[in-house]
Structures are given as C-alpha cells and as structure tokens.
Design a protein around this ligand. Structure first.
Ligand code: AMP
Length: 419
C-alpha cells in the first residue's frame, strides 16, 4: 500500500478541526491588527532563497527540496515565507505604490530535515510580514501580534526572548569579533562550528552543543555589540513592549540563523516541546528588499510553526467545531423512501441546512447511529407510512421528541430550532 512520504503527514478530518480553529483564530487576530492575507506559490527559483536566506545556511545547503524543472531551471519548494513575500512585494510593485504593507500567510513549508517530534519535512507556518517602516513600534507590534495569536489558540506558558543583532555594520563587527575569539578555541567547537567560524561565524550562536555554547558565551563577554543608534532602537522596542504589557526577556544569545536578519530578533519557546522548543521566531530584515533588487525598505515579521503549536496546546483533541456539525440526518427505509430522502436532503441544502443521508444501504438502527456520530441535531425519518401521508417524522435528538411534519414546514421547523 502506498504511504505518505517520510516527514510528511496527512491531516485527517478529526485533526483538521483543530487546524481550522487555529487558522480561524489567527485570521481574526491578523485582521484586528490590520494585516491582509498574501498567498505565494509553493515553488520558487532556488536563487531567491540562496540570495535571501544565505548560501551558507543549513536551510540552503542541506534542507531545501530543490530540483530542475522541465525547462532545466533550478526550482525549490519554499522552506519559509519571508523571502517569497519580499519577492511578491516587489513583483506587485508595492514599493512604488503603497510602500507600507502589513501581510500575513498561513501555509505549508518544506525542509528536508531528519524527521523527529516537532520536526517535519512538510510543516505549516502562520506568519506575518510588516514591510515599509523601521519604527520600533512596529517591532513591538509584530511581537505582540505573535503573542496574541498564541493566546487566541489557547497556548499558555510560552516564553518570548528578544535581542538585537544590530545593523549590518554591527553584525559585521560581531561576526569578526566572534571569528577572532573562537579561532583560538577551536578545540571547544564541534566540526560544524569549526566550518561556521570560517564562513558565517554568527551561526555558531545557533549551535545547541554545550561546549560550543560555552565558548560563544565566553567570547560574547568581550564584545561590544551594538552601535548607539541600534541600542536606542532596541531600548525603544522594549519600552513599547512594556507599555502594552507583553512579557518578554532579553537574551543576548538569540541570533537568527538566516542571513537577512538585522536589528530586533526574537524567539518564542514552550516547555512542552522538548529539544525542539521553538514555537516560532522572527525579526527585522532591513536589507532583504534591497538585496533582492528593490529599494532600501525596512521590514519585520515572524513565523509560528503550527505542528508545534498543536503540541503546545496539548495534543489537539478538541473535537469537531460545533459549526461543522450536521443540523439534520435523513434516515430512510426502502427504495422509494431513499429516493424521496435524496430529494429532501438536496432541498434542505439549498436552504442552507447542513444535512446528510446514508449511501451505504444501512439499516434504520445503523442510520440512527450515524446521525448520532455526526452530531446531527435532528433525524428526518422516512418510511412507508410517511411516504403515504406525504410527511416525514422529525426526531429532535436533544429532547428525543418526535413529531410528524409536512414537507413545506420542514425547513422552518429545523431552522427555527437551531438558529
Ligand atoms: P524558523 O524559520 O526555522 O525559525 O522556523 C519558525 C518556526 O517554524 C519554528 O519555530 C518551528 O515552530 C517551525 N518549524 C521550522 N522548521 C520546522 C520543521 N522542520 N518541522 C516543524 N516545524 C518547523
């Protein structure tokens, strides 16, 4: 039997209910904050990600699903949402028309990582990008928005950590200082980090190995990180977060691995997640639009991982959404009744009544069981007697009351009770 690919999962209806809840809660919050939805294609030119995320990052070197298309072009499945949205922003010409854009997305991302708990090859992100301003209030807004979404999805006990990487100059200085310091301590570093200090020293700070972490912390103590302007900006971001009562801690070891990040960066973690404890992350990327060939335009954003949000919310067994339940189930006895039932089910649907019927030739008892399982409020029973009288029997599954109803009254009867 064919199976889903490793690290890729079906979302079957029982589970989809929870996904729908997260999606609709998030959409509502995005709209409250003035963000509009953007949907970009799953496939992009590989060069987009190399240019934006960075040719030396794990995502680009090891994790992208990349291939040649039929025209021999290098294509990749999107591993994240920011670069495609920056591309779409420029392609739509927003930089010439409405430079300030607050955008959100919900959708699948693809990374060929080793699958484990909370790490999939196809996973889903809820994210936002606010493009067109370097105002510290916007940094605070996206962090507050991320927190609101977690609250809205019923996730508690998450922890937000913020830091500033500084401007491109600060990053360069930090990178050089780290390289100088750590080059003398190579014995403490893992093989990956030995390579990192050569090609992208900042990435050493992302390493989870204890000895690398200790070495980095030691190196850090000696480095003055931010220029005056960046200190001021970051102080202002934190003051705004305090003003609107968003809880966070400052953690100078938060660095985002992707090249495009500058200035404020942040991560949100959750104790239920174990080793992969990041629920989401984000930050400022003031140079990305320019690096992609556009003008100098500041931006910030975040992405939350939906699979990890489900774990943090406690496994996601919340059951079917009440609005997905059937209003009525039509149970029939005999061929003629089934034919009349089919007519009724379609007439009810035209009137907007959520209803269904049996297509498996089940007994009346089994049909009643199906109605119960589907959460139907009413069962419409049609047998020989009902056919002869041109009526149906309407059973209220809550009160167990059963009445005969003429067909023209049926819709009114049902909608009157459920609205
Ligand atoms: P990143 O862009 O790597 O910072 O990812 C942002 C968020 O997406 C993470 O905090 C995770 O919640 C989620 N995420 C990233 N990679 C994966 C993955 N392979 N499987 C599941 N979730 C992921």
């Amino acid at each position: 039997m064919p199976k889903a690919l490793k690290g890729m999962k079906d979302i079957i209806p029982q589970d989809a209910a929870m996904w729908q809840r997260f999606e609709s809660a998030s959409r509502g919050i995005f709209h409250t904050f003035g963000y509009r939805e953007i949907r970009t294609p799953i496939l992009e030119e590989t060069a987009l990600f190399v240019k934006s995320i960075g040719g030396e990052t794990d995502i680009v070197t090891k994790e992208m699903f990349s291939f040649k298309d039929r025209g021999e072009r290098d294509i990749s499945m999107r591993p994240e949402g920011t670069a495609p949205i920056a591309r779409a922003y420029l392609e739509a010409g927003f930089h010439n028309t409405e430079m300030f854009q607050k955008l959100y997305y919900i959708g699948p991302m693809f990374r060929a990582e080793r699958p484990q708990a909370g790490r999939m090859r196809q996973f889903h992100q809820i994210g936002a990008e606010a493009i067109g301003s370097s105002h510290p209030a916007l940094d605070a807004e996206v962090i507050a928005l991320m927190a609101k979404i977690l609250d809205g999805c019923g996730i508690k006990d998450y922890r937000i950590r913020v830091n500033s990487l500084g401007c491109a100059e600060d990053k360069k200085r930090l990178s050089k200082a780290l390289k100088d310091d750590l080059s003398g301590k190579k014995v403490l570093l893992c093989d990956d980090c030995k390579t990192r200090i050569k090609v992208n020293p900042l990435r050493v700070m992302d390493c989870k190995k204890d000895s690398c972490r200790d070495a980095v912390r030691g190196a850090f103590r000696a480095i003055k990180l931010l220029c005056e302007g960046c200190v001021k900006h970051f102080d202002s971001v934190k003051a705004r977060l305090d003003d609107i009562k968003v809880s966070y801690v400052t953690d100078q070891y938060i660095v985002r691995g992707l090249d495009y990040y500058t200035g404020t960066v942040f991560e949100v973690s959750h104790p239920a997640l174990g080793a992969q404890d990041a629920l989401g992350a984000g930050g400022r990327y003031d140079n990305l639009i320019k690096d992609l060939g556009g003008p100098e335009i500041s931006a910030t954003g975040f992405a939350l991982g939906m699979e990890r949000m489900l774990i943090a919310a406690g496994g996601g067994k919340f059951g079917e959404k009440p609005e997905n339940r059937l209003a009525a189930y039509i149970a029939t006895i005999g061929v003629e009744a089934e034919r009349r039932g089919f007519e009724i089910v379609n007439a009810l649907r035209v009137s907007g009544v959520k209803c269904d019927m049996d297509y498996e030739g089940k007994s009346l008892k089994a049909q009643m069981r199906s109605a119960d399982k589907l959460g139907a409020r009413f069962v419409i029973i049609i047998g020989e007697d009902e056919l002869a009288r041109d009526e149906v029997t309407l059973r209220d599954m809550e009160s167990k009351e059963q009445v005969s109803v003429k067909l023209p009254d049926l819709v009114k009867r049902i909608t009157g009770k459920i609205c």
